[in-house]
Design a protein around this ligand. Structure first.
Ligand code: T4K
Length: 406
């Protein structure tokens, strides 16, 4: 069945004049987003909503939050899940609970929240370079960045592909550093057959609306460390250990009941969502296979993946710049993204604070100039993927000399 937002078929996009940037009708009548929210089990969500409204228990570690925490911990085979109001607050609380200070090493090639969470806790984020193949922290670069002020490392499981867990743990052990994993992209993903959640001292999830599993806004910290989990529970609730008894300086990091209800409803539908994401990823794999100037990032089929992100990189000899390709996609209503350009170190706050940190980040800069994130999730089906591929195919046939004329 033809999707209602499709204006033209892939067969009708064969030459430059068929592209919207050259005046043709856009391929899609409505925007295709990266991160269009999934609405899991709508009926279940509405049932929970009624229950929550009837009970008049809306927040403060309510029963639905506790249910969600239990289910997420079980899903990841980890002892503790501490739900929070966002991934960023979850990162900040984890950073505080682990007593990080001074300097912490992290990739610059990540969402800005990873760096901000450190800065907001008065810690200097020290950016280390990535491995251009994996897009994750390069352990050698981390080793070189360690000094007497370093107290921790934050590895990011970018795109859901796990960081170099063992190598980073080895460095952390050697220098007595804490190790956190920003697992915002890695809900349900595994490393050597083990689901994420218990690697490092703790791992932090984001449940933002644009994540394939979400709670409108939200996040959580996963850990097997009972004392750390208890401390974070106190911290997310102003440090209250009981009525009128504050034993920690804390903040308000609590998740609401309605958010947790969305989480439980989304968890119920998660297998279906992952299956769909996987099918779309495979469709991209087939449709982009004949386009030599693009490389689709693969996922290890022996691991659990959520296939949320469809990442392509332009190759060195690509006849069109990445930014121009994105412009051409946007003209078709395909709202591809340039995550995470230009790297945190090149964003104004960190460029101003630490202008010297731009050195030794050559792979970060190169990768961030080449990556395009293509739409996946509920707004996509096979036919839409084929149209995206047809647009890319025609866009990439443009010889360099002609680029300025389109
Ligand atoms: N660490 C990492 C590695 C992260 O990637 C993130 C978040 C965090 C930490 C922090 O976690 P949180 O504190 O956010 O829980 C989005 C998200 O806002 C952000 O959560 C996410 N990473 C990042 C990768 O993507 P934007 O600003 O690029 O996306 P945004 O809000 O423009 O949404 C994308 C598109 O989705 C929009 O163009 C329209 C569509 N959309 C969006 C929303 C919110 C909808 O259709 N409906 C919606 O409700 O950051």
């Amino acid at each position: 069945m033809k999707q209602k937002n499709i204006n033209k078929s892939n067969e009708s996009i064969t030459k430059r004049t068929d592209l919207a940037i050259n005046g043709a009708e856009p391929a899609f009548s409505e925007p295709l987003h990266v991160g269009r929210p999934n609405i899991g089990n709508r009926e279940l969500f509405l049932q929970y909503t009624e229950q929550i409204l009837d009970s008049r228990w809306l927040t403060n570690n309510g029963p639905v939050v506790r249910e969600l925490e239990e289910k997420i911990a079980e899903y990841h085979s980890v002892a503790h899940c501490v739900a929070m109001c966002s991934g960023t607050i979850a990162l900040e609380i984890a950073i505080r609970a682990l007593k990080l200070k001074g300097e912490v090493i992290l990739p610059s090639y990540t969402y800005i929240a990873t760096a901000h969470a450190l800065h907001w806790q008065g810690i200097r984020p020290v950016f280390a370079d990535i491995d251009p193949q994996t897009h994750n922290l390069d352990p050698d670069a981390v080793r070189q960045a360690v000094n007497s002020r370093t107290t921790g490392i934050i590895g990011v499981h970018l795109w859901g592909r796990t960081a170099a867990v063992e190598a980073l743990q080895e460095i952390a052990n050697e220098h007595e550093l804490k190790l956190i994993f920003d697992a915002a992209h890695a809900f349900g993903c595994s490393h050597q057959g083990r689901k994420i959640g218990a690697f490092g001292d703790c791992e932090v999830l984001s449940f933002h609306a644009t994540k394939f599993f979400h709670t409108f806004e939200g996040g959580a910290v996963l850990t097997n460390n009972a004392r750390l989990a208890e401390k974070m529970r106190l911290m997310r609730n102003f440090g209250f250990a009981g009525v009128d008894n504050v034993i920690y300086p804390g903040t308000n990091g609590k998740m609401t009941e309605i958010s947790a209800a969305m989480g439980v409803s989304n968890l119920q539908a998660i297998d279906k969502v992952i299956k769909h994401n996987h099918l779309i990823h495979q469709a991209y794999q087939q449709a982009l296979a004949g386009i030599p100037s693009l490389r689709l990032l693969e996922f290890d089929q022996n691991e659990s993946n959520n296939y949320q992100y469809v990442i392509v990189e332009t190759t060195e000899d690509c006849p069109v710049t990445r930014d121009h390709l994105v412009e051409m996609l946007h003209a078709e209503n395909i709202l591809a993204r340039r995550y995470f350009w230009p790297g945190c170190h090149n964003m104004k706050p960190y460029r101003d604070l630490y202008p010297e940190s731009t050195s030794n980040l050559s792979s970060t800069e190169q990768v961030s100039e080449r990556v395009i994130v293509l739409p996946n999730g509920s707004c996509m089906d096979r036919a839409s993927v084929e149209i995206v591929a047809a647009v890319l195919q025609v866009a990439l046939e443009v010889p360099i000399a002609d680029q300025t004329s389109i």
